[in-house]
Design a binder for this molecule. Structure first.
Ligand SMILES: C[S@@+](CC[C@H](N)C(=O)[O-])C[C@H]1O[C@@H](n2cnc3c(N)ncnc32)[C@H](O)[C@@H]1O
Length: 287
């Protein structure tokens, strides 16, 4: 969301709406967070940090997995931190919260006042102009033997068959391309530094070792139905909204028709959508 709010070049986003998106996303992905918390937590861990916590999906999963550990949920936006506290209270789980900026290591170090056994950072490092420096600041929070886990997504998920009956073939490929150009434009607005070597190398350069990935593959053949179909439509709609300015007029019109429930081409009425995705989390160890 900082993409939109901090630059002025792109349309301002309704912050309340963003809070609802963060809440929904944390709720929708609670099962994935539960699995990841099981894999990432270890007996004897004492301090966990969820940085750029959004709806605190991971903070809550860690608090549930290891009730004896301290869990600190950190975000730069006070309203997001309030959302984290609210969700923790609703779930009956104890977490601490703090407002801090990943781009300002001293604010981060103040918020996290004890060496961490696990720092979880999903969807936040790309908000920082110097991502490599941000990884260094996150790695500096770790205790010896602590892990930094970074989730910046994997390849774009794939949902559509090639013959949509509308628009030029290759529509979804061009949406992926538009997504890359969107990210490049955001980086330009940040005066951001390029990171053209991948998260595994970036974690090594942040001084971490034994870098590995936790992979989950999603392979759902057609037809997608119910919640799976809704999730596919939500994902495509969000990507089209985000990247619209990088699509040509013809592609924009095709997406409008495909994502409109009133249109004869509405994707929600099709029985040939599928879902292929690799979800990647990179993990590096200190010491
Ligand atoms: C894309 S959301 C991801 C939220 C959550 N981690 C998730 O996966 O659902 C990015 C989050 O990072 C926060 N954020 C953006 N820039 C930040 C910064 N410089 N320091 C700390 N948090 C930041 C935003 O407020 C938002 O909650």
């Amino acid at each position: 969301m900082a993409h939109h709010s901090s630059h002025g070049h792109r349309a301002a986003v309704d912050f309340g709406e963003e809070i609802e998106h963060l809440r929904e996303s944390a709720e929708a992905e609670s099962e994935r967070y539960r699995r990841l918390a099981e894999q990432l937590s270890e007996p004897g861990d004492r301090v966990y940090v969820d940085v750029g916590c959004g709806g605190a999906g991971m903070a809550l999963a860690l608090a549930a997995a290891r009730p004896e550990a301290r869990v600190i949920a950190v975000d730069t936006a006070p309203a997001v931190v309030d959302l984290a506290s609210e969700r923790a209270e609703q779930a009956g789980l104890a977490i601490e919260t703090a407002v801090a900026d990943v781009g300002r290591p001293e604010s981060l170090a103040t918020a996290v006042d004890a060496p961490a056994d696990l720092v979880w950072a999903r969807g936040v490092v790309h908000h920082i102009a110097d991502q490599q420096a941000a990884l260094g600041a996150l790695a500096a929070l770790l205790a010896d033997g602590g892990r930094l886990a970074v989730d910046e997504g994997g390849p774009r998920p794939q949902f559509l068959p090639w013959d949509l009956g509308v628009g030029r073939p290759g529509l979804e490929v061009r949406l992926t391309e538009a997504g890359s150009r969107f990210k490049e434009a955001v980086r330009g607005e940040h005066h951001g530094v390029s990171l053209p070597y991948g998260w595994n190398v970036a974690l090594e350069q942040a001084g971490l070792s034994e870098v590995r990935t936790l992979n989950e593959t999603v392979v759902k053949p057609a037809p997608l139905q119910g919640a799976d179909l809704e999730a596919a439509l939500r994902s495509l709609t969000a990507q089209v909204d985000r990247c619209e300015e990088f699509l040509d007029v013809e592609d924009r019109a095709a997406w409008k028709s495909l994502l409109d429930a009133e249109s004869p081409h509405w994707l929600g009425a099709r029985r040939d959508l599928h879902h292929l995705e690799i979800q990647l989390v990179y993990v590096g160890l200190k010491g």
